[in-house]
Design a protein around this ligand. Structure first.
Ligand SMILES: Nc1ncnc2c1ncn2[C@@H]1O[C@H](COP(=O)(O)OP(=O)(O)OP(=O)(O)O)[C@@H](O)[C@H]1O
Length: 333
């Protein structure tokens, strides 16, 4: 069976004009432009099946947006092949454009000078949605996102969160099979992020829509995607289970220990325990300590043998800490 999204050896090189400093140099570069090349995506391959929700993650400049733009047909690849729903995206066939949608958290698709309702109506006309389907779909989406009172407002007067909800409605009105989400919750407060996440989850279940999502908020990824594709400097670094990636990249565990003695200090523990140990936090006799996974049995044993302990538990690190690692340091899986 053919995958819903199939990407093979995909590459994108941007050619950027080099401009020298000063007026004369700028003038020369207009007549004889010199270009430099930036390899944004380098030979990546992956498959996504229908109904999957996949997180697409990587540090700044990794090539996520460039890839999404090639998948949606906004950019032409320099090399490789893409098939989405049986189409070549860069051909931008009308039937293809009806099958996909792209939501970009930092770009609005709505005309600021007309009302929300009119923007939706324009979408109806562009995508030739029948009156009956339009009425039903709009009703459902307005209901799911509770935006009834926004319909008569001018788009330019919407708050960030209100606009995001309307963008979702507009992008889904024509019932696309595949949705590309690029930072859909960017800059939103936590309550709107939660609302949009539960909306995406519910929508995926109800309509079996395929989602490919990039986000700097790990909670978007952890709550929606069990599979992640990780890229770094345009190269594919990992494709698989999110939890497994966490195990690989976070090679430590957390020991929560409650001592009987209120006077214990972290230095006392370190005197006995060999190896890497970090104090994450302390509340009276309760310590949360980070230790390397490989040392965890020995560390716990040493603590139990040298102190009077009321309670000791071993916990996995929060998968959320993965995003800091991925986005701040880049990664090597
Ligand atoms: N239009 C463009 N012209 C030239 N270079 C570009 C263009 N768009 C992106 N790039 C470069 O391509 C590389 C990948 O950029 P891209 O926007 O795809 O990364 P990203 O993973 O989406 O980053 P972020 O998380 O910061 O949004 C970067 O080095 C970027 O500077």
């Amino acid at each position: 069976m053919q995958s819903e999204i199939s990407v093979r050896d995909l590459g994108k090189i941007y050619k950027i004009p080099v401009r020298g400093q000063g007026l004369l140099s700028s003038f020369k570069s207009l007549i004889h432009p010199v270009y430099t090349e930036v390899s944004a995506v380098n030979n990546i391959s992956f498959d996504i099946q229908k109904e999957e929700m996949v997180g697409f993650i990587g540090p700044n400049g990794a090539g996520k947006t460039t890839t999404l733009k090639m998948l949606s047909g906004l950019l032409y690849p320099t090399s490789g092949n893409i098939t989405v729903a049986g189409y070549k995206p860069y051909e931008r066939k009308r039937e293809y454009l009806k099958k996909i949608s792209m939501i970009m958290g930092n770009k609005s698709q709505m005309n600021p000078s007309i009302t929300v309702m009119d923007s939706f109506y324009v979408t109806k006309e562009i995508y030739q949605i029948s009156d009956e389907d339009y009425k039903r779909r709009l009703g459902e989406l307005v209901d799911l996102l509770s935006i009834e009172e926004l319909l008569p407002k001018l788009s330019r007067n919407l708050s960030l969160g209100e606009r995001a909800k309307c963008e979702f409605v507009m992008a889904l009105l024509y019932c696309p099979d595949i949705v590309f989400l690029d930072e859909p919750t960017l800059g939103m407060d936590v309550s709107i992020q939660l609302r949009l996440r539960s909306f995406i989850k519910e929508y995926n279940k109800r309509y079996n829509t395929t989602f490919l999502l990039t986000s700097h908020y790990m909670s978007d990824i952890t709550s929606l995607c069990s599979r992640v594709i990780l890229i770094n400097k345009g190269e594919l670094m990992y494709d698989g289970d999110l939890q497994h990636l966490g195990d690989k990249l976070l090679p430590f565990k957390l020991i929560k220990v409650v001592f009987s003695d209120a006077n214990i200090r972290f230095e006392d523990i370190k005197k006995h325990v060999k190896g890497d140990l970090t104090l994450v936090n302390q509340n009276e006799q309760t310590f949360l300590i980070r230790a390397r996974k490989d040392d965890i049995s020995q560390t716990s044993y040493t603590i139990l043998s040298n102190f009077i302990v009321n309670d000791l538990t071993i916990e996995d690190p929060e998968i959320e800490s993965l995003i800091d690692l991925v986005y701040s340091n880049g990664v090597n899986v």
